[in-house]
Structure formats: structure tokens, C-alpha cells
Design a protein around this ligand. Structure first.
Ligand code: ADP
Ligand code: MG
Length: 275
């Protein structure tokens, strides 16, 4: 289904211009409640930044949205239609693709092998090495990703280059929605710039809507149209990037930290609160 068909357009209108809506999503892992009541939306072509402390539930949410795991309750609407993903492949077939925090590249394989790992179906049957090499090279070049060679083992690349390959691999399958879990983690400024440029380029092309989980507020505000903050398994903050600032976001998180310290002090688990 595309948004240009009458059915698609009607569905898009019903979704209020959002490609994705998340309503009252909760997730429990046994005794642990990771998400309590998440409500979120993503516009067509929008880049949404998802911020939050460690353990806030960011990866949990992303793994629900890409079909890796089901929610305990709540619903997901894709282009206005309620969807239940049976698997990652099911979500991918509907146009949602994720780059996980732990990447899922195979370090011992070459760049071009990684590019086509488990995605052979998107590029015709029985691809030979020569064809894969050529396609990988062309695609990476088109995306402006510079690596020494597509034959090089992924283990030999920098963190930034590895992350770029993982994003390029997702983009190759032409998703409608791309989910990126901390693509900038543990990266220097230069390396982070590779990924930010990639996201910017995708935004300009306007074919994909993106949710990006990140910690550096400056980078997030630079590349995202809007930011959400997730605290204790709920979205507590939703603002357009133009209407907020690094200072405001920092203050919110510092306030959360203070509150947690006070709580621990109240329970006698911490000696004092720094002023
Ligand atoms: N598979 C799992 N089993 C049990 N608890 C989990 C599992 N995955 C995540 N959690 C818990 O859910 C909470 C949210 O985790 P996560 O979504 O990874 O946070 P974030 O990505 O924001 O750092 C944490 O308390 C974490 O320990
Ligand atoms: Mg995480």
C-alpha cells in the first residue's frame, strides 16, 4: 500500500498525517515493567529524536516497533491501520526496518557480504559475489559512505564506518520507517558526523520517516524535527526541535536525576544530595 492510492490516502488522513502512531503501549518482562503507557506519533518524512536515561525503555519500544517482540498491551497504527507484527521479517515486509544498538553485523565477513546478509530477497535470487560487490559499492557510493573497499572485513572498520554500513544496509531495503538505536553511541565527533550526514540526506530525500535514539542533545536537535523524552516507561515530553534547546533538555534530565537521588535518600540508600 502506498499513500498515493485512494485507500492509502484515506488511511493517511485517518492517521492525521502520521505514518505511525503508538497508543498506550506497555511492556512487562516478568516482574519488570519496561514501558507503562507510551503514546507517540511519527509524521511522514519526519525525523523524531527519542531521548531518555539508561533503562528508560527506549530500546524496548524500538524492538516492539520493528517486530522483534510484542507489546504487553496497546496498539500500533501504520498509515492509519492497526498492525500486529508477527516478526522482524513481517515488520520489514511492511516497510519498517531497524538498526539495533548492537548492530548485528558479522565482523568476520566482508562489507559486501554484510550488506546482503539475510536480505537476499530484496535484490533478486542467487546473487553472486561479483554482483553483490558491485551493488554494495554503488549503494555505498550513492550514500556517500567512504570505506577502503567492500572486500574488507567489517572487523577492520571504525565504529563509525560499521554503523554507516548497518544504516546503509537498512536503507537498501527502501523502508518507509527507519528505527535507529543509538547510532552515535561511542563515536567521536567526526564519526558521528558520518551518520548525521546520512540522516540529513535521507531527510532531504523525504522518502523515509526516522526515529533516532541518541544521547547527545546537540546532535539530536541538529538533525531531528521533533524530540520526545521517555521517562519511567512513558513519553513525558514532546516538542519541536526549533522550540527547545540543549539547556532545556539538560535541565529536564538533571531534574530527573535529582528526583531519583532524593528518592534514594528518602529510602536511606544514599548519604547526601550534591547541591
Ligand atoms: N529482555 C529483557 N528481560 C528483562 N528485562 C529487560 C529486558 N530488556 C529490557 N529489560 C529492562 O527493561 C528496562 C528498559 O530497558 P531498555 O529498553 O533497554 O532501556 P534503554 O534502551 O532506554 O536504556 C530496563 O529496566 C531493562 O533492564
Ligand atoms: Mg537502549
Amino acid at each position: 500500500m502506498t499513500t498515493t492510492t485512494p485507500e492509502g490516502a484515506a488511511a493517511a488522513a485517518a492517521a492525521g498525517g502520521d505514518i505511525l502512531r503508538v497508543e498506550h503501549i506497555s511492556k512487562r518482562y516478568g516482574a519488570v515493567t519496561a514501558l507503562t503507557d507510551v503514546n507517540m506519533h511519527l509524521g511522514y518524512g519526519e525525523v523524531l529524536g527519542l531521548l531518555g536515561d539508561n533503562g528508560a525503555g527506549k530500546s524496548t519500544l524500538l524492538k516492539i516497533l520493528c517486530g522483534f517482540q510484542p507489546a504487553t498491551s496497546g496498539r500500533i497504527l501504520l498509515e492509519g491501520q492497526e498492525v500486529v507484527f508477527k516478526s522482524v521479517d513481517d515488520a520489514r515486509a511492511r516497510g519498517i526496518d531497524a538498526v539495533y544498538q548492537d548492530l548485528a553485523l558479522v565482523n568476520q565477513l566482508s562489507v559486501f557480504h554484510n550488506m546482503f546478509l539475510n536480505r537476499e530477497q530484496n535484490s533478486g535470487p542467487l546473487l553472486n559475489n561479483r554482483a553483490m560487490r558491485k551493488l554494495a559499492r554503488e549503494h555505498l557510493e550513492e550514500m556517500g559512505i567512504k570505506i577502503p573497499s567492500v572486500n574488507v572485513e567489517v572487523a577492520k572498520l571504525s565504529g563509525g564506518q560499521r554503523q554507516a554500513i548497518a544504516v546503509a544496509r537498512s536503507v537498501y531495503s527502501n523502508p518507509k520507517i527507519l528505527l535507529l538505536d543509538e547510532p552515535l553511541a561511542a563515536m567521536g565527533v567526526k564519526e558521528g558526523a558520518i551518520i548525521l550526514d546520512l540522516v540529513r540526506q535521507l531527510k532531504e530525500q523525504g522518502n523515509v520517516s526516522i526515529i533516532i535514539i541518541a544521547h547527545n542533545y546537540g546532535q539530536v536537535l541538529e538533525v531531528c524535527d521533533r524530540v520526545n523524552l521517555i521517562q519511567h516507561g512513558e513519553i513525558t515530553y514532546d516538542k519541536r526541535s526549533a522550540e527547545t534547546s540543549v539547556t532545556e533538555l539538560t535541565e529536564m534530565v538533571v531534574a530527573e536525576y535529582r528526583q531519583a537521588l532524593e528518592e534514594r535518600q528518602r529510602l536511606g540508600q544514599h548519604p547526601h544530595i550534591p547541591s
